[in-house]
Ligand binder design. Structure first.
Ligand SMILES: [Zn+2]
Length: 588
């Protein structure tokens, strides 16, 4: 039924799109169809984006259909769409705005086909199903798009079909690398707790019986899936998480859309790493002289050995000033207020008008991917709803040395940098501007398939701008911590490229992070895990940061004496997350 209906819609919209009308109008119809159709492929993503109904379906009560027939249909849709773009759209006839949208759609089609035809994540990655289940239930719980009793009804409807999704997962999953299975098991624990504790506690008295009836079989299915992963799937671990050179290079192109290939980026990143270390030594030497007045500045050492010695001694002292496990979230909230005030006082960028940002603990089922923190924007179709700055609590069950290591890494200074990146002036500010893009289809497209170098690059670039403007009284400790973060951003890019396509070993990866980028053991171990969970995502920070700086230089040259920093920021953010290569022509 679903298959038939979807094909009919596709046929009708093909007829409409192929009809008369200006190239601009025809393209906008195609873009419209693409964004809503592909979003409706994933009801879980649709709820989060604020799309609740589509073609008579209540998406809030559905889960993504991962059956082979539906995946075939989706694959076919993307293939046909690629042909339609080729035959019906002439890029040179479009406005710069539409050309940017076209680029996003082309890359998204290519990325989806790469996954559906070649990588086939759904055959090998259990975290995909576990996170989908978690998001399906967590979004209606926390996102207040409807009164609570309605949202609980949506959760109940999704719980009823959750066993079906988990059955599809078992049928699809052929093999999975041990690391993916392990993370999925940990995150699935989070799902069980989410249903059994968090959601159960939020259900109004009148809906408890209905909830219990749906929750019991759902919890049984989640537990059975847990046993399946621990037993059967864990034995089938003969799948490599590495993409290899060919797949990775193509994914890198479509996902980052920066115009550069991984080998180019690897080369500049290796150079940047050395340059930053030299800058760090220069900044660390006066601090070293002050902090260690009674020992020499290690002039007996040379080159990297001296850099390592001086810089790590200073960073070690910097790390000693840190929060506690209990105060971590509260400290992040206070840092947020401080950042907001500074941005307003310096007028770095016009702050978003609404107050919808909340600081909350990272949901448990997402902590595998978000070991430190994250940001969850307001839905593009319901921009007035809440946006969330996630701070991942330090687990109480960890032993003392591990807790200490984590708190030292996310020390007084680094926690501030996290807040600047995730919230203000980073992701939150960017997402609020993106949520004001008009018309709604363009806003939805640029939010759903937003360019990650634009997004992550902005967060890094905006943090740098805060420091350049003197945040925290030009604290050299903060600057040195930020340079250490710069090393982390660079080494993340190197890690992703070398691990995914050049067979970098765990030992080499840890060596890079701990001996060249000053990372503590806990942080390096967590990043090593993270690097095996995703691909072509970690380089977005480095690629995007460079992109933003290059764009600002170009803009500043063009404006000459009329250049004003907040004008540039406001104008660039107003466009939403387009590929940085497409952004310059959109600026006034
Ligand atoms: Zn980020």
């Amino acid at each position: 039924m679903r298959h038939f209906a979807a094909n009919l819609v596709l046929l009708m919209s093909t007829l409409i799109a192929a009809g008369c009308g200006s190239p601009e109008q025809n393209f906008s119809k195609l873009a419209d169809e693409f964004v809503y159709s592909t979003l409706a492929f994933s009801p879980v993503a649709a709820t989060a984006a604020g799309l609740h109904r589509f073609e008579g379906r209540n998406l809030d009560e559905q889960l993504d259909d991962m059956s082979p027939a539906t995946l075939d249909h989706q694959r076919e849709y993307y293939r046909r769409f690629r042909e339609r773009l080729q035959s019906q759209v002439k890029p040179e006839a479009l406005s710069a705005q539409s050309r940017a949208d076209l680029r996003i759609i082309q890359d998204q089609v290519a990325l989806q086909l790469l996954d559906l035809e070649e990588t086939q994540t759904y055959l090998h990655n259990p975290t995909m199903y576990v996170e989908m289940a978690g998001n399906a239930l967590f979004t209606p719980l926390t996102l207040e798009y409807a009164p609570l009793p309605d949202r609980i009804r949506h959760i109940v409807a999704r719980l009823r079909i959750l066993p079906l999704l988990l059955d599809q997962a078992r049928t699809n999953l052929i093999s999975s690398p041990a690391i993916w299975t392990q993370v999925a098991i940990e995150e699935n624990e989070g799902n069980i707790a989410l249903v059994d504790k968090t959601i159960r506690a939020a259900v109004p008295a009148g809906q408890r019986a209905e909830f219990d009836r749906a929750a019991r079989p759902a919890l049984e299915a989640l537990s059975a899936f847990q046993h399946y992963m621990q037993g059967s799937l864990a034995l089938r671990d003969n799948y490599d998480w590495r993409l290899g050179r060919d797949l990775y290079t193509r994914k890198f192109r479509y996902a980052l859309a920066s115009g550069a290939d991984p080998t180019d980026i690897l080369e500049v990143a290796a150079r940047s790493l050395q340059e930053v270390r030299v800058r760090m030594l220069a900044l660390a030497l006066p601090l070293h002289a002050r902090l260690f007045a009674n020992h020499r500045d290690h002039a007996d050492l040379a080159g990297p050995a001296r850099e390592n010695q001086v810089i790590s001694e200073v960073l070690d002292r910097i790390a000693a000033r840190h929060s506690t496990r209990e105060a971590f979230l509260g400290d992040a909230s206070r840092d947020l207020d401080e950042a907001r005030q500074f941005v307003a006082q310096k007028h770095l960028v016009t702050l978003p008008p609404q107050a919808n940002l909340q600081v909350i603990p990272t949901p448990v089922f997402m902590r595998g991917a978000y070991a430190v923190g994250g940001f969850d924007p307001a839905p593009p179709l319901e921009p007035r709803l809440g946006a969330f700055y996630w701070v991942t609590p330090v687990p109480a069950e960890w032993d003392q040395p591990r807790i200490e290591s984590k708190l030292r890494e996310y020390n007084f200074y680094k926690l501030k940098l996290l807040t600047l990146h995730e919230a203000i002036p980073g992701h939150y500010v960017q997402a609020e501007y993106a949520n004001a893009v008009q018309p709604a289809t363009r806003r939805l497209l640029r939010a759903l398939y937003g360019n990650t170098p634009y997004i992550e690059g902005w967060a890094q670039y905006a943090t740098q701008t805060m420091l350049d403007e003197g945040f925290l009284d030009n604290s050299p400790e903060l600057r040195l911590t930020f340079q250490k973060e710069e090393l982390r951003v660079i080494s993340n890019a190197i890690l992703d490229i070398r691990m995914q396509m050049l067979n970098m070993t765990d030992r080499e990866a840890l060596d890079l992070m701990q001996n060249e980028a000053f990372q503590e053991a806990e942080e390096a171990a967590a990043k090593l895990q993270r690097a095996k969970l995703t691909s072509a995502q970690l380089p977005a920070y480095y690629v995007g940061w460079r992109g933003w700086l290059a764009l600002r230089d170009k803009y500043q040259q063009a404006k000459a004496s009329a250049f004003r920093l907040p004008d540039f920021h406001d104008a660039a953010l107003k466009q939403g997350a387009v590929p940085l290569t497409e952004l310059a022509p959109l600026l006034p």
